[in-house]
Design a protein around this ligand. Structure first.
Ligand SMILES: Nc1ncnc2c1ncn2[C@@H]1O[C@H](COP(=O)(O)OP(=O)(O)OP(=O)(O)O)[C@@H](O)[C@H]1O
Ligand SMILES: [Mg+2]
Length: 268
């Protein structure tokens, strides 16, 4: 009898605990929505509500990083897996001017929207596509999950909702290995994905378990883009400069470039 009573009271306590957790979760979610409401316009909020209702996204936690042009949040999918949510801010005309440079001339985008919002939607889609291409080329980058309007969901790079450090702040055990891997990634992007990242530096590489992960692909261009060569050079030189400071023996741009544009089987 006592056993039965104890069991019942334990059950009750567990149920209360579950309700309490659910209540806290609801509060947390609405607090997050309050924060989102201060930052985003109505159509962005509608997209996020729809994602939450459809179950693609189960929870949104706090901001991982607030940049000039986008905000990254951490969240969870319906299986409890961490997810990164990148929301592009709609509305700055400076951003629009900056974006056009990387869209005009990319032969994947024939029709370029005139107004800002559709252009930003295209920008988010471009990042989604570039992330898919990078992953297909076996370049380590967040796996894209979903894009709708200015909201992009992708694999979370980090552990337990804590983002991995950027290359800029990471302590590398073997910097030479990381450098070499990055040069392999640049070549694989070019050769297999016809893609140039276009904004590579120690700020757009994360380091997870000692290995580099390329992020922030929205400005990535096709190799036939008029600025392709210039952007590839800048990407390589940015990384060269960074690793030179770590005393890594770097390869000069010209020799990297020659080996990248060399056709398979051709000798340099
Ligand atoms: N998939 C991810 N998982 C975890 N954290 C991420 C992910 N993608 C980006 N971040 C974090 O968010 C930051 C900003 O992301 P990203 O570089 O894509 O945006 P951004 O538009 O360049 O922002 P900024 O305007 O600050 O340069 C990154 O530096 C990184 O710390
Ligand atoms: Mg960035």
């Amino acid at each position: 009898m006592v056993d039965g009573e104890e069991k019942a009271s334990l059950k009750l306590r567990l149920r209360e605990k579950r309700y309490e957790t659910e209540r806290l979760m609801r509060e947390k979610r609405s607090e997050d929505m309050d924060v989102l409401e201060e930052v985003f316009d109505k159509s962005t909020l509608m997209i996020i509500y729809r994602l939450l209702n459809s179950g693609i996204l189960k929870k949104i936690f706090g901001t991982v990083k607030a940049g000039k042009e986008s905000r990254i949040y951490s969240g969870e999918d319906s299986n409890g897996k961490d997810i990164a949510i990148k929301i592009f801010l709609v509305g700055t005309s400076e951003f629009r001017k900056g974006m056009l440079k990387y869209i005009e001339g990319d032969n994947r985008f024939k029709k370029i929207p005139r107004s800002t919002r559709p252009l930003i939607y295209l920008w988010a889609k471009k990042e989604f596509r570039n992330l898919s291409l990078a992953n297909e080329a076996r370049v380590r980058a967040p796996k894209p999950i979903y894009v709708n309007g200015n909201v992009l969901l992708m694999e979370f790079i980090g552990n337990n909702g804590i983002p991995a450090p950027l290359l800029k702040e990471a302590v590398l055990k073997n910097p030479t290995r990381v450098y070499k891997k990055l040069m392999i990634y640049i070549a694989a992007l070019y050769k297999k994905a016809n893609l140039i990242h276009g904004d590579l530096s120690e700020y757009n590489v994360m380091v997870l378990r000692g290995r580099p992960v390329l992020i922030d692909f929205s400005q990535g261009v096709n190799v036939d883009h008029p600025l392709a060569h210039e952007l590839l050079k800048r990407d390589i030189e940015n990384l060269n400069k960074f690793f030179e400071r770590l005393n890594v023996e770097i390869e000069p741009f010209e020799s990297i470039y020659r080996s990248i544009i060399k056709k398979n089987g051709e000798r340099s």
